[in-house]
Design a protein around this ligand. Structure first.
Ligand SMILES: [Zn+2]
Length: 429
């Protein structure tokens, strides 16, 4: 791990403060010093990267990631992939996230019980490249709801897309099984979803007794709960049982918003707008025209979700990017579209969208005191961007504009700027 000094950078530090020209020194895996202006920090004993005015910002965090989703149209196409191929697939997806500037990802459910844990461990041990990762369980669901998708002709007939439980005893067993496998986060499907016939987004499925058992078992082991919660009741249920990561929350009514606000220092919401927007406006790629998407309820859900998220932001509730990428209508790698959606649909400024992907990202990774900002002592997860995301947030979608990507003090993408300028890149002995 070399010591690296970025000079001549335009620094967006992730705190929401205005950008400034300056220098950042990385020593080991941490940001050791930040200097304002030119030649602020000593250059001896370090590799100097002249950023030539490019933007230096914290690495981004994707709050709702599924490495196991296979860019297919349906849940059962994901499920049909056998374990061995699925593991290889998820490994290359993990690298893809890092290559697109996502240095942290929160696993939001895995299609095979141990897949997320295996990938996380392989990343952490250096076997494969990938972001910092919070490994999830399968989606735990109940009979009839999202994820109850038993396909008996599969190579692993015991497996449904989700882990289907009915009753507190079955829930306890499922949660304990995933905790035994080593997950960081248990995922519960509390509401339905417009993709499921007979269980649309406004329906709620799990009993309080089931959720209470899951919450107890998870917290007793010091792990975290996440929920798929599109309906208003499922958001309230999440709040009642201390679910900290709430996905979607589209139909949250005033009572649900009050409950979220009361826990706003603990709770994170990731709306996952891509599913709704892509199916509504770009669904033709998977044979769903606008009329069909409307009949599936997506126009109604978009209006509700935009409304709910705007109210949440006003109340100071953290709304994060991350949105179920990995389907045919929104493949892996396009995740930075979420930041553009936040600006376009939720009225965030580009700076607010960046804070939601960086500062709040460190917080949802449970490392808010050392991750997600360019701050002395913080972990060195950084992006060097050719362009100004504050004037064009879409620049973050262009992998070619990411000149350098650093995770934990190590370049995952070395800046070409360095080799071009090797004459004045210097490493003093
Ligand atoms: Zn999801």
């Amino acid at each position: 791990m070399a010591n690296v000094l970025f000079t001549n950078a335009r620094i967006i530090d992730g705190s929401g403060a205005q950008p400034f020209a300056g220098e950042v020194l990385i020593q080991g895996n941490r940001i050791s010093r930040i200097g304002r202006g030119a030649r602020a920090l000593p250059v001896s004993g370090v590799t100097v990267i002249d950023a030539a005015g490019a933007t230096l910002m914290p690495g981004m965090c994707e709050a709702h990631t599924h490495f196991g989703w296979t860019n297919s149209k349906t849940l059962d196409a994901i499920q049909k992939l056998p374990h061995e191929e699925h593991t290889l697939w998820a490994a290359q997806v993990a690298k893809q996230y890092l290559d697109h500037g996502w240095t942290s990802c929160v696993g939001a459910a895995t299609p095979k019980p141990r897949l997320d844990c295996v990938i996380r461990d392989a990343i952490n041990s250096g076997q494969i490249p990938g972001p910092r990762y919070i490994a999830a369980s399968q989606e735990i669901t109940v009979t009839g709801s999202l994820g109850d998708d038993m396909l008996p002709h599969l190579p692993y007939p015991e497996m449904s897309f989700g882990c289907v439980v009915d009753g507190p005893d079955a829930m306890r067993k499922a949660v304990r099984m995933f905790l035994k496998y080593g997950v960081d986060q248990i995922k519960l499907n509390l509401s339905g979803d417009n993709l499921v016939p007979g269980a649309d987004a406004r329906t709620s499925w799990m009993s309080d007794a089931e959720v209470a058992v899951a919450a107890h078992e998870t917290k007793v082991r010091g792990k975290r709960l996440a929920s798929h919660a599109r309906s208003s009741e499922s958001v309230k249920q999440s709040c009642r049982h201390g679910v900290e990561v709430i996905y979607h929350a589209s139909f949250a009514d005033e009572e649900a918003l009050d409950m979220l606000e009361a826990q706003k220092d603990k709770v994170f919401v990731a709306p996952g707008l891509s599913v709704i927007l892509r199916l509504l406006y770009e669904g033709e790629v998977v044979g769903i025209d606008n009329k069909t998407a409307k009949s599936m309820g997506y126009e109604l859900e978009l209006e509700a979700a935009v409304n709910s998220m705007k109210k949440m932001l006003k109340r100071g509730i953290r709304v994060l990017p991350g949105g179920d990428y990995g389907f045919a209508w929104a493949p892996h790698g396009e995740n930075a579209k979420d930041l553009e959606y936040f600006v376009k649909y939720l009225g965030m400024t580009p700076m607010e969208a960046i804070v939601s992907a960086t500062r709040w990202g460190g917080q949802i990774m449970m490392r808010g005191k050392e991750l997600g900002e360019i701050k002395e002592g913080y972990l060195a997860d950084l992006l060097l961007v050719d362009g100004d995301p504050l004037s064009n947030i879409a620049v973050l979608q262009d992998r070619g504009k990411l000149l350098a990507i650093m995770k934990d003090g190590v370049f995952c993408k070395e800046p070409e700027i360095r080799s071009q300028r090797s004459r004045w890149s210097q490493t003093a002995a």
